[in-house]
Ligand binder design. Structure first.
Ligand code: PMP
Length: 451
């Protein structure tokens, strides 16, 4: 198709996630045609630094020959076979062993594969309920999660999501899901003291579990750093506190590491950043650097044990997908893990993240539209405000936010907007000079929109 034909066909035929079909006709999306390293080119040949990293996913950047070769070799060897009871294949086995080895310090002994983040969450939620049935505590069916959280779009994940936008069009949701406040330092009705805020929010979880009845709650699920909700980094004492609360009530702790896993925060996993072990981890995106869709639910020894000892029928995992552990995805993931280990990608994310934060904080101080700059590693958010002094928010879809993003695009940086937020999650392999390109473009964009 020609460029013009592609644009017309997109508007006519393609429905996009999280978008109004008509809006896609009126304001057509950017067509990204090529990628190399931290860079992308749109269909008109405009070159940009990819501040979005695919979608928090292209952690090793685009065009990697090692991942490409692993995929091609696997295509030649075995394009697909299933891993349902009775069959398996070498790459899924190798990847499971590799992941368990990587997560051994976290207490992981098994993994269950799927096709993406929503799947990984669904797996964890279902396994949590099954765990309790196996333990003879079948009343433990409820889930508690955080406001502002994002856990994908399946009915389970959507029901524990903490953002009305992702919930109300598809209500009624799964019964038995409850929410507590997230420790959001910039906006909360309680305190400006981060440590105290973490205590208040952990106490809220404690009270909610007691109110529901401890013996009715299966799990608490949260992101170690909330990504889609606006890169909300909890105070350092929050995760250790919620681990304690979960232990007190015997509730399973599920860490949704779909974004934070595999180095995004400058640590291999978000739970390591907080020095906490979860009971299950939801993994996707960076696991295969976004080259092929893949999800995984990692399972700790204490959960796995209960399944191992479980009754033959009750203990069977009657959940899974045709493409659980797809060989092409597993091959891409193995090549990704090789690179993560050999190239100090995680260390680079920490160092470049510090530099990115320093540049953006500086910009934030100088520009009246930037209310808050927050993040950790290479996940960062610029929250735009109508009034810096009062923190008055922009309305959803405010033109200033779109204008900054469009101007940044013109100046050579792709950034993502979400409500009042400009969200950045570039490749973890990004260099300092590439961070400069990204920040220079943003600086220019903010100057243009709010001189
Ligand atoms: N959990 C989290 C924390 C996520 O950020 C996302 C996606 N951004 C998901 C789950 C869902 O992943 P997917 O879109 O691959 O289904």
């Amino acid at each position: 198709m020609t460029t013009a034909e592609l644009k017309a066909a997109n508007a006519q035929y393609l429905w996009h996630p999280m978008a109004h079909p008509k809006a896609m006709q009126q304001t057509p999306p950017d067509i990204i045609a090529r990628g190399e390293g931290s860079w992308i080119w749109d269909i008109d040949g405009h070159k940009m630094i990819d501040g979005v990293g695919g979608l928090w996913s292209a952690n090793l950047g685009f065009g990697r020959k090692d991942i490409r070769d692993a995929i091609v070799e696997q295509l030649d060897e075995l394009a697909f076979y299933n891993t349902f009871r009775g069959t398996t294949h070498p790459r899924a086995i190798e990847l499971s062993a590799r992941l368990v080895k990587l997560m051994e310090p976290d207490g992981v002994t098994s993994v269950f594969f799927s096709n993406g983040g929503s799947d990984a969450v669904e797996g964890a939620l279902k396994l949590a309920r099954q765990y309790w049935k196996l333990k003879g505590q079948g009343d433990r069916t409820k889930y508690i999660s955080l406001r502002m959280g994002y856990h994908g779009v399946h009915f389970g994940g959507m029901s524990v999501n903490g953002n009305t936008n992702f919930r109300r069009n598809y209500e009624p949701l799964l019964p038995g899901c409850f929410h507590v406040d997230t420790p959001w330092v910039y906006r909360n009705p309680y305190t400006e003291n981060p440590e105290r805020l973490a205590e208040i929010c952990a106490e809220q979880l404690d009270r909610e579990i007691s109110f529901q009845g401890s013996d009715t709650v299966a799990a608490f699920i949260a992101e170690p750093v909330q990504g889609s909700g606006g890169v909300i980094v909890p105070p350092a004492n929050y995760w250790p506190l919620i681990r304690k609360v979960c232990d007190k009530h015997g509730v399973l702790l599920i860490a949704d590491e779909v974004v934070t896993g595999f180095g995004r925060t400058g640590h291999m996993f978000g739970t390591r950043l907080w020095g906490v072990k979860a009971d299950m981890w939801c993994l996707a995106k960076g696991i295969s650097s976004g080259y092929v869709p893949l999800g995984a639910t990692a399972i700790s020894a204490n959960v796995a044990e209960v399944f191992q000892q479980g009754d033959a029928s009750l203990g069977s995992v009657t959940h899974g997908y045709t493409y659980s552990g797809h060989p092409i995805a597993a091959a891409a993931a193995l090549a990704t893990l090789d690179a993560l280990e050999k190239e100090d990608v995680v260390g680079n994310a920490a160092r470049q993240g510090d530099y990115l934060m320093q540049r953006l904080k500086d910009l934030g101080q100088r520009n009246r539209l930037i209310g808050d700059v927050r993040g950790v590693g290479l996940m960062v958010c610029l929250e735009m405000v109508a009034d810096k002094a009062t923190k008055a928010s922009f309305a959803r879809g405010a033109k200033e936010v779109t204008e900054v993003a469009r101007e940044a695009y013109r100046l050579g940086a792709m950034v993502r907007t979400s409500g009042p937020n400009i969200i950045l999650s570039p490749a973890l392999t990004i260099s300092r000079s590439e961070i400069d390109v990204l920040c220079d473009a943003l600086e220019g964009a903010f100057k243009k929109v709010a001189p």
